[in-house]
Design a protein around this ligand. Structure first.
Ligand code: BGC
Length: 345
């Protein structure tokens, strides 16, 4: 593993970049938020292409304003309605940082903290974070580990592990913005997506799930047979109008326990295909509807629909819906989840 300086935070704290590479892939990750900064994959001609949007140095990550570029979101990904929930015999209150709702855990996200490098070798790096009881409003002191690991067959894994001393919500995800034609190459609407999901969780005008589980069949939400992101996006379909595009949690099909392939995405220009595998029950598919004039790395300006996010997770607001798989991790239990990205071209 190679290490490089990645700039200073506004209080002058130095931040590092950790680079893992083999002959198929190269990833760069920072200890600031454990964000994925670069992801080089070979295109159909064998040329490396960086397919992850990112910032030039750590100041971009420090000043990120609601985009969550490349970061690992914690403790809880996506929304909790009204910023409140009951657990055990108590009610808990969170920041209302998205209207009256809590989004991506509020105003003190894990993505804006320096994580400790716990261990590393040629193919992996593990970061840790100690999160005190009532951090962000959640109960339980939690020890977190996030590991990035390269595999030999053009794949890498992000693994989340945590233990809490009280019952709490644990639901971490990665919020990378992918453009398989290369970051900064413009619209991602011609990317083809195959999504192994027969249903999704419709949301209200504030993007909080209604609790319903709806079949995708005969709707623009259906990606089971594969189609471009743009194909049906402008249809007069209420869910797409409310969210200004795709920004929905899919209920991932499950034939087997554990990690399974849930989606395949193809970049039309580079021929790069990304398969996503996870053991989570759901995945947010977000077509970067709110990405607006963001100054990224290499002098690139990122605009609306210039990337796609695939965020494996427990369903948004699961804590407030009995029919959704519970995101609660009991005291002393080990929370362990993974996402694997596999590439071909
Ligand atoms: C959410 C979007 C939000 C985006 C950036 C996604 O996970 O579903 O509604 O705009 O993150 O904050």
């Amino acid at each position: 593993m190679e290490t490089k300086p990645f700039g200073l935070l506004s209080d002058k704290t130095p931040v590092q970049l950790f680079i893992l590479k083999n002959d198929k892939l190269e990833i760069a990750v920072t200890d600031y938020g454990t964000s994925l900064v670069n992801l080089f994959v070979k295109d159909k001609h064998g040329n490396p292409v960086d397919i992850a949007l990112g910032y030039e140095d750590v100041s971009g990550y420090e000043n990120d304003n609601g985009c969550y570029l490349g970061c690992n979101v914690g403790r809880n990904a996506n929304r909790i309605g009204n910023g409140r929930f009951f657990l055990g015999d108590r009610e808990y209150f969170l920041d209302k940082n998205d209207g009256r709702n809590n989004l991506h855990s509020g105003l003190h996200p894990y993505s804006k903290r320096i994580w400790t490098v716990e261990k590393y070798d040629d193919d992996s790096v593990t970061f840790s974070l100690q999160s005190p009881h009532m951090d962000q409003g959640f109960p339980g002191e939690v020890t977190f580990h996030v590991t990035y690991r390269l595999f030999e067959d053009a794949a890498f894994q992000i693994q989340y592990e945590a233990v809490s001393d009280r019952d709490t919500i644990l639901n971490m995800t990665n919020h990378s913005y992918f453009n398989l034609n290369g970051e900064g190459s413009g619209s991602a609407l011609q990317h083809k997506l195959i999504l192994y999901a027969d249903s999704f969780t419709p949301a209200d005008a504030e993007s909080v799930p209604t609790g319903e589980i709806a079949a995708v069949i005969n709707t623009p939400m259906d990606f089971r047979m594969g189609k471009t992101i743009g194909q049906d996006m402008e249809e007069a379909y209420e869910q797409l109008i409310l969210a200004k595009g795709y920004d929905h949690n899919y209920v991932l099909n499950r034939q087997e326990e554990g990690c399974r392939t849930v989606a395949e995405v193809l970049g039309d220009k580079t021929g790069i295909t990304m398969q996503i595998a996870t053991d989570y029950p759901g995945m947010q598919v977000y077509s970067a509807n709110y990405l607006d004039n963001v100054r990224g790395k290499n002098g690139h300006i990122y605009g609306r629909r210039d990337a796609l996010c695939f965020e494996p997770q427990f369903f948004p607001d699961a804590i407030n819906h009995e029919n959704f798989t519970s995101p609660v991790c009991r005291a002393g239990e080990t929370y362990k989840k993974e996402i694997i990205y596999r590439f071909s071209s």
